[in-house]
Structure formats: C-alpha cells, structure tokens
Design a protein. Structure first.
Length: 350
C-alpha cells in the first residue's frame, strides 16, 4: 500500500476571530520523512483551553501563525525513517506537547517546540513527528481516551510529581479547582496515589461527579467564597493542603494561599482569571512559607511514568459525551468555548 502524500488539516490563520480563524485544507502536502521521523495516522485529537486561547489572541507562549492547531493526539505509525529505533510500523502512539522536552527541566529551546503553537500541531489526518516527540499509548485506553493525555493529564502529573523533593505521598492532601481537564486528571491521580482530595466546584451536579472520580471533599466556591480557609479546616490538625493546582490565576491565588500548608506547593498551571489590581504580592509566598511554582506541561520521561501509572491503576480519562467529527472541528471549539462540556472535548479523525 502506498503512503499518503497529502493530508486534510485545519489551520489557524492570522487574526483573533476565535473558531472563525480555523481554515480547512483538504490537500496539504505531507513533509518528507526524515531518518528519525515517523508518519502517524491520527485517530483522535482533544482540545485544551490553550487551543481556544490561541485563535482569540490570549496565549502567552510562543506562536508561529499560520499553524496547524492542537497538541494532543493519538494515532498509529504508518512508516518510520531509516534510523528510527523507538517505534515500528503499526505501533500506537500519543504526541508529546513540547517536542523537545525529553527529560529534566524545560529550556528556552524546548519551550519553542510546542505543538499547535510554535510548530504545526495535530488537527490533521496525517502528521510527521520526530520519534523523540512520541510516546507509546497506554494499552488500557482507547484512541479517544489516549488523545486527552498530552497536555491536561501530563500537566496534572507534573504538578503532583514533577518537583521530586515534594512529590505526592500517600496521606498528602491535594486541592483541585473546578472541573477542567487538568483538575479532573489531578483528582484521579491524587486519589490513586493515596492522597486525600479536596475539590472545588460551582454546582451540586459537578460535586457528585467529582466524588465519583475520587474526591473526598467538595467545596462550592460560589456559596463559600472563602473556600481556602474551609479547605484548610478539612486537613489534619488544620495544618493545610500539601499540593494545590492553581488554575484560575490571580483571582484565585489569595484563597490558595489561605489553604496551603507550611512548605506546601502551589502549582500555577492556568491563566483563566482576570488580573485584578489587588492580587497577592510575591511577599505572600514568604508570609505563608510555601513554594509557588509555574509549570508548562511536562517531559517525555514524565509522560512515560504517567502512562505506566494509568495502565497499572486502570485510570480512565473523563471524555465529554459528545464526540465531534473531523469536519466539525469549529463546532467543537465553540462547544468548549461556551463551556458546555464536562471532561475532555475530543475530535475523531477519520
């Protein structure tokens, strides 16, 4: 069977028009396969808030427009370059968010290898990726489930385990915020790791779903705006929370600081909130004697560790009940922008 030479794909063009910035091309040229490259037939792609932020002009990291969007995908290898030794034809794989982040800390050069931003991403039928930028798919997951791992899942894993001196231990207390992709994965990973999980949300319906995923306590942040103090009261001897995944940015930070334990870790992974004038100052980190850490997804080594844990614990990603087809990509973007989803929004690529 001859290999494809063109691919259907979506591209974000210049502009800040949201999903209207997405343009469809049914015959884009597939790059020539290099010695260390793999040709991947993409089966499924999932969306992240970052994918929505880029066409709205709200993304703070490197972008090179026009670009094929999205970082997260699962697929099957159709062909490999002459010197590829990590994979073979037929292997099922997922994509690494920052293609150059193999292990250890990020570097200025690896930050510039983000799929769907700095370099062409995954919202296409076929893609050529370096073998180092691919990870074997967990055996226990479907293609749709595995397509959710590259960004949200790995970010949650890095928040809990990436700072090795403070890696999650059984008995720790973890606080998650809301029901976005990162937060849902964090609930599952923390519960599997033997932690007590406190989650915040805005509705009783979502609270039930969080408890079904493993949350031990759920605080409604709308009816209890001082949820940070409430979370601290739920910890042993009211000492505070060991790990907080901060997804709201400055608008939430004051409450996170109220909840954190001495020497605890707040991992900032989101930029959803506005930037108020009265946001906490850097000195608050000293006042609360805690670590505040900004993270950008994670490395391939962490991805592989996470996938082993997913298989061992039979963790199933939360996928929204509506799966979009490839030609419905714009609708998928708008569906997520309108916050109609619970769990990851997935686009199936035929």
């Amino acid at each position: 069977m001859s290999l494809p030479t063109t691919t259907a794909q979506w591209t974000i063009e210049e502009g800040q028009n949201g999903s209207d910035s997405l343009k469809f091309d049914d015959s884009a040229q597939i790059p020539e396969l290099g010695d260390h490259d793999c040709l991947v037939k993409i089966d499924a792609v999932s969306l992240n808030y970052r994918d929505l932020a880029i066409p709205h002009g709200r993304y703070p990291f490197p972008i090179a427009l026009p670009v094929v969007p999205c970082s997260d995908a699962s697929g099957k290898i159709l062909a490999t370059g002459r010197r590829v030794n990590r994979f073979k034809k037929g292997d099922e794989v997922t994509t690494l968010f920052n293609q150059g982040h193999i292990a250890g800390p990020l570097t200025p050069s690896s930050v510039r290898t983000g799929l769907g931003g700095a370099i062409p991403g995954t919202l296409r039928q076929y893609g050529v990726f370096g073998e180092d930028g691919l990870v074997a798919k967990p055996k226990t997951l479907s293609a749709e489930e595995a397509s959710t791992l590259s960004c949200a899942a790995l970010t949650a894993w890095n928040a809990l385990y990436g700072l090795q001196s403070k890696a999650l231990k059984p008995g720790d207390v973890v606080l998650t915020q809301g029901t976005g992709g990162v937060s849902l994965f964090a609930v599952q990973f923390a519960a599997a790791g033997g932690a007590t999980v406190i989650a915040t949300t805005s509705s009783e319906e979502k609270a039930k779903k969080l408890k079904d995923l493993g949350a031990h306590h759920v605080i409604n942040y709308k009816s209890n705006p001082n949820w940070g103090e409430e979370a601290k009261k739920l910890t042993y001897d009211e000492q505070g929370v060991d790990h907080i995944l901060e997804v709201g940015g400055p608008t939430n930070m004051a409450q996170s600081l109220n909840a954190i334990k001495i020497d605890g870790v707040i991992s900032i992974i989101g930029f959803l909130g506005d930037t108020p004038r009265d946001q906490p100052s850097f000195s608050e980190c000293l006042n609360h004697i805690c670590i505040v850490r900004g993270i950008l997804v994670g490395s391939r080594m962490q991805f592989e560790e996470m996938n082993r844990a997913i298989d061992a614990n039979k963790i199933k990603p939360v996928v929204d009940s509506r799966i979009f087809q490839f030609d419905e990509a714009k609708e998928g973007y708008q569906y997520m922008w309108d916050q109609k989803h619970f769990g990851k929004v997935v686009i199936k690529v035929d």
